[in-house]
Every structure is written in C-alpha cells, then in structure tokens.
Design a protein around this ligand. Sequence first.
Ligand code: UDP
Length: 490
Amino acid sequence: MGEASKLHIFLFPYMAHGHMIPTLDMAKLFSTKGAKSTILTTPLNAKILENPIKSFNQDNPGLEDITIHILHFPCTELGLPQGCENTDFFFSNPDLNTGDLNRKFLLSMEYFKEQLEQLLQTVKPDCLVANMFLPWATKLAEKFGVPRLVFHGTGYFSLCASHCLRLHKPYKSVASSSEPFVIPELPGDIVITEEQVIEKEEESVMGKFMKELRDSERSSFGVLVNSFHELEPAYSDFYKSSVAKRAWSIGPLSLGNREFKEKAERGKKASIDEHECLKWLDSKRRESVIYLSFGTMLSFNNEQLVEIAAGLDMSGHDFIWVVNKSGSQGDKEEWLPERFEEKMKGRGLIIRGWAPQVVILDHQAVGGFLTHCGWNSLLEGVASGLPMVTWPIGAEQFYNEKLVTQVLKTGVSVGVKKMMKPDGDFITKEKVEKAVREVMAGEEMRKRAKQLADMAKDAVREGGSSDIEVNRLMEELKLVRLQKEEEKRS
Ligand code: UDP
C-alpha cells in the first residue's frame, strides 16, 4: 500500500491512566493493521507515553510509527492547580477536594476545541477516536468530514445496564435504597440495588453533561469497545441492536502487548523493579498468590487498610498488594498493623504506588485477583484466566462486578453494598479472609476463568472475532476516504 493510501487515525484519550493505557494499546493495534496513529495529549501525559511509544516504534520497524501531538493546557488559567494534567493529580492526593476538581477537570476539556479544530483542518485524518468525555468532538469532526468514533473505556455489560437503568428508572419504585431489584430489559435477570446505581442525577450539571455525551455518541460514526464478543455475547448483541448505532469489539486491547518490556512499561513508571517482582513470584508455587489492586483513582482510609492487611494475614495466602500511597518501609505507616511487613516477610509483597500489573497477572504463581472492577483491570484479569474477588468502589464498577459474579460466575463479592462516596461500607477482616479463601479454592470458577482466557486470546488472533471486527473497521474507514476523494473529483 502506498504512503498516501495509509489510514491516519487521531486518538484523543481522556487524561486519566485508565483511558490513556488502552488508547496506547489501540494505537499499537491500528499500527499492526497498517494505519498511522497520532495520540493527542498534553506535555505531562506525553512524558508517560513517550518511552513505550519509542520502544514500540524501534521494535517494530516494519509497522507504521505512532506519534504524539502535544496540546496546550494552561491549568492555572482554567482554574486548576499547576501541573494538573491527569486525574491522577487529584486522585492520588487525599488533601485535595477530589469531587470539585474532578468536575472542573472534566469540564475544562472544552479548552481543547480550538486546537482540535485547527488540527483537523490542517492534517485531515481519516478518523478521530475521541474519548466519551469529549462530546463536542463529534460536531467538530463532522465539520471537516472526519468520522468520529467514541471510546468509553468500559465493556458492553455496563453500557447496557446503564442504558436500561436510565430508560426504566426501576430504582424509583423500590422501598429502600438497599432493596434488590432486577434491571428491566437487560438480559440475564441481573440484580442490583439503588445505592449501586450511578444514573440518578439527571438534573445535575453532571447529569446534563452525561446527556450531552449520549447525544454526541448517537450522531457519531460509532463506538469502539474494549471487549470481545465471546465474553459478553448477550450484551454485545443487545448493545448493537438496541443502544448504539454501531459498535466494534476490538479487545482485549492489553493482549496486543506481547513482549515483556511492553507489559512492564504500561502506564506510569512502576514503583518496583519488574525483575524484582518476577523473582519474588518465581519463588512461589503455581496459583498460590492473590494480587490486590484498587486501580488509579482511590486510596482507602487507614482503618480500612489495616483491616485489609489483617484479612490477608488471616487468609493464609501469599499476596501482592498495591497500595496507592507513597512512603518508605522505614517510616511508621499508620495504614499497616504494627510490624506487619516484618511478620509477612516472604509471604506478602506490598507495592507502594504503581505496579507492573499485567506482568504480575500473567505470572503462573498468581491464582486470584482482588480488584475494584475498573474495566481495564477486570479485562486484564479475564485475559490472564484469573478468578476474582470483587470490591467495587464507584463509577460503573458495581455493574462490572455483576458481570463477574452473576454472568461469568468467575468471582465472588467481598460484600461491598454501596459506593465509597459519600459514605461507603467498612469491610471487615473476616469478609476479606472469607472472599480470598473462597476464590483461591474455587476450582469451578478457575476452570471457567481459564476458558475465558483462551477465548480472549483466540479473539485477538488472526481470524478471531475481535481481529475480524478491527479489519472491518479499517475497510470501512478506507471506503469513507474513497468516497470523499470521489466527491472531491466530481
Ligand atoms: N495499573 C497498573 N498498575 C497499577 C495500577 C493500575 O498497571 O499499580 C493499570 C491497570 O493495569 C489498568 C489501569 O491501570 O490498565 C487501571 O484502569 P482500570 O480501568 O482498571 O481502573 P481505574 O484506575 O481507571 O479506576
């Protein structure tokens, strides 16, 4: 294929690790399909992406390069603290008012409009994959005849659950916020409670913003979903027939990272040397370690962390626990029981900050995953064939939990009943112990989880379901380009 006929795709991720990581994976995928990708982001986020992109370009000389285009984002002018270019800035700092900053950050994305407009006009890419939080992108792209694809970052199940909850509002007719009900119309008779539902604030500023997102999605070219058909067939069919205009399943995106270095370099710089981590895991028996991580947007209070530590101790299992807190082992850390690390020496590894997650999940010594049910983590757990303990915190994580516990039946809930904000649940050490023991011993769950992992790998192989959908997408984009060229000629 000649240089001029190669597709050029713009990718504009939301500035949060949970969105940037799959976006880079997506750029790699497009590159393997012969398309050029340009990721649009700000200076500090570009720094996080630079190294993995450089390695990818160097290691794959035969593929199209991935490039970054840096956008201007004057934080202080926009009323944000200096350096606040990623949600990590406020989520990792307990002294800041996270709720307020999160809203302001989200709404300040509009600042990019003008820069995007200029870029679309001058570069004229073949497609713009813009995150759901950039609703204005659809109209802007349309102005220059560029198809806009939406990327939510979550799976079909939660997109469908959210649709059905919004449409039928079943939580309005329950006696109490903790009374279980079945989500109407959603396949599978899924049970949930009002306190786990996020679709309730339709009249608030955020509610209106969310409506704007849905409107822009309806008029877009379609939706890209980081999932694979075999994982959630009923929901992928439901979404495609009743919710979105069009959708393509292109995941699990994390599986595109085949080399050790690629896996280790995903996201932020890990707070532990990946080789040290592997050495620790190598010394463990097959499937004997439980890995715990709560994603990038949360830190628990000290009381809850002390309780988790005690529960892990009581479970008798070896563990790797990622705690979103910095601090050195020498300091007295209020969030750990007295002399905990000393007592757990050899049994438990605590990573303060950032872990090379997919490297850990892929290791044969890991036999279970305690997760907050962020979609990327959940799918990475599926791709590694792991049974899970589910501990949702907020956002759409309660919906993702139901997929694991009620549909896939590859995990058990730790017993969280409601969102962490405003008041959450306190989970006792006994509950942690029980859930960890159950998942580590659950042979049936493990068997099902392994089957799903095989299906995930098949989906991204040449001729697999996700591979076919990506190829189809590329063909459609080429067709759009041909049509445009013909229109210009006539
Ligand atoms: N992640 C990681 N190391 C960590 C924490 C997170 O590599 O210590 C990665 C994880 O593999 C996933 C992403 O960060 O790809 C988190 O996304 P997810 O949707 O699971 O959760 P969020 O942080 O967005 O709530």
